[in-house]
Design a binder for this molecule. Structure first.
Ligand code: PMP
Length: 428
């Protein structure tokens, strides 16, 4: 895929990085799933709005009015990007982790038993979509089966059993795409099963929203959470978008200025709407940057986004499969349309060493470890971790070829430099 070009230009694409032999080479960023480089359009928007920002919502000055308008417009753009329904709320948060923690504080108690709301999750989830449900809500973690069909059947059976015994689930929290393998369950079937038994669906959209066109209205998903820094915008802004009623009734995520209508000593009347959960001065520039990324992605034909990513992903998987001693991870035998995240191991080499070698000898950036998905890595037999390569709209095909050539060289000839573990990290 040497000739596959990026779909959208990103900043930093021509960054040179030092190799252990003293050469400098262009950085091949294959760690987009962790944090994606900003789009050039996003950087340009940030530069334009930086001189314009001032206090939001409470300032009467002209720049305060401009900032407020920019912030509220950004909120609308972000909501539209994920197909928000007319009465959905878009809460600006820091990232996916923040969004899911916020929602966990809003899951209502069971109306019959008065017990904390019950949440069903699979063990394929990122910790951000596991741990929040273990605080304040009652989480059940299912393992699922070797196929999508078997896993859906297990989910359906669990939802049905619970409803049958009066222990109905309030929420099914699923990933839009695994940050380990890029796979996901088909959303239509997930939503149909959950809604049939009175449960809502929350989507961890961290790895889906930047890579596929997603719509709340189109899928019936109730809530989606995602991160700006994985959506080609800078760190610090993300969103939780979805049904208003739980958010309006839930515990305000942060207590402080902006979230309250009236305060007396020992008493507060909280706002409804997004302000309820956005106490403190908001991240105007971050929200505007995220909105700019949403606009730029929305302007690209979704088929083009998919085709670019699919070309790179299938080359990665096929190329790695041809190399001896390399094993590629997958959760289900029949998952459709995975995103561009590929996790693998090289027998005989610690994943940390592989990642250090790719960086030091080839200028290729990947990630190693257990990717904040310990239950899944354990189940897949990768307790010692693995290596993850991931691509996005700014990835040229030549970066994928560089990774494949480097892994082949490692297997055939071994590393040239000597690697040691220092303070738990592999270094050259
Ligand atoms: N869910 C998934 C699937 C992810 O990949 C990540 C980030 N690795 C998160 C949640 C958490 O995102 P953030 O760190 O931006 O909160």
């Amino acid at each position: 895929v040497d000739d596959v070009a990026p779909v959208l230009p990103v900043v930093g694409a021509d960054t040179l990085v030092p190799l252990v032999d003293g050469r400098r080479v262009p950085y091949a960023n294959l760690d987009v799933a962790a944090s994606a480089p900003a789009l050039q359009e996003v950087a340009a928007r940030v530069e334009r709005v930086l001189p314009l920002y001032a206090s939001v919502h409470r300032g009467a000055g002209y720049l305060s009015q401009v900032s407020t308008a920019l912030y509220e417009q950004a909120r609308r753009t972000v909501g539209e990007f994920v197909g928000a329904r007319d009465d959905d709320l878009t809460v600006v948060v820091r990232n996916t982790t923040d969004a899911l923690n916020l929602l966990a504080g809003c899951v209502p108690a069971d109306p019959v038993t008065g017990e904390p709301g019950r949440v069903l999750v699979l063990d394929v989830e990122h910790h951000a979509n596991l741990l929040p449900w273990q605080r304040g809500t009652e989480a059940t973690v299912l393992t699922g089966g070797p196929t999508v069909a078997a896993t859906l059947a297990e989910l359906r059976a669990e939802l049905a059993d619970a409803a049958g015994t009066g222990q109905r689930y309030a929420l099914l929290a699923v990933t839009g795409a695994s940050n380990v393998t890029g796979e996901a369950l088909p959303l239509a079937a997930v939503v149909e099963a959950a809604h049939a038994y009175g449960a809502r669906v929350t989507l961890d959209g961290a790895q889906l929203v930047p890579h596929r066109r997603f719509s709340l209205a189109g899928t019936g998903v109730d809530y989606v959470a995602f991160s700006g820094h994985k959506t080609y915008a800078p760190f610090g802004a993300g969103a939780l978008v979805g049904r208003r009623d739980w958010l309006d009734a839930g515990t305000p995520y942060l207590a402080g200025g902006g979230a309250v209508r009236r305060v007396r000593a020992g008493e507060a009347v909280w706002h409804e709407g997004p302000a309820r959960h956005e106490a403190g001065s908001p991240n105007v520039v971050g929200a505007v940057a995220l909105a700019a990324a949403c606009e730029a992605l929305a302007a690209v034909d979704p088929q083009r986004l998919r085709a670019h990513e699919e070309a790179l992903r299938s080359r990665l998987v096929a190329g790695l499969a041809e190399i001896d001693r390399v094993e590629v991870a997958h959760v289900w035998d029949d998952a459709a349309d995975p995103v561009g995240v590929v996790t693998f191991t090289v027998t005989g080499y610690d994943p940390g060493l592989v990642a250090a070698y790719l960086s030091a000898e080839h200028g290729v950036g990947v990630r190693d470890g257990r990717f904040c998905a310990h239950p899944l890595l354990g189940r897949l037999g990768f307790d010692a971790g693995a290596v993850r390569a991931s691509v996005g709209v700014g990835t040229p095909g030549s970066d994928v070829e560089r990774l494949l050539a480097a892994v082949r060289l490692l297997v055939e000839e071994g590393p040239r430099a000597r690697y040691d573990v220092v303070d738990g990290l592999w270094v050259v």
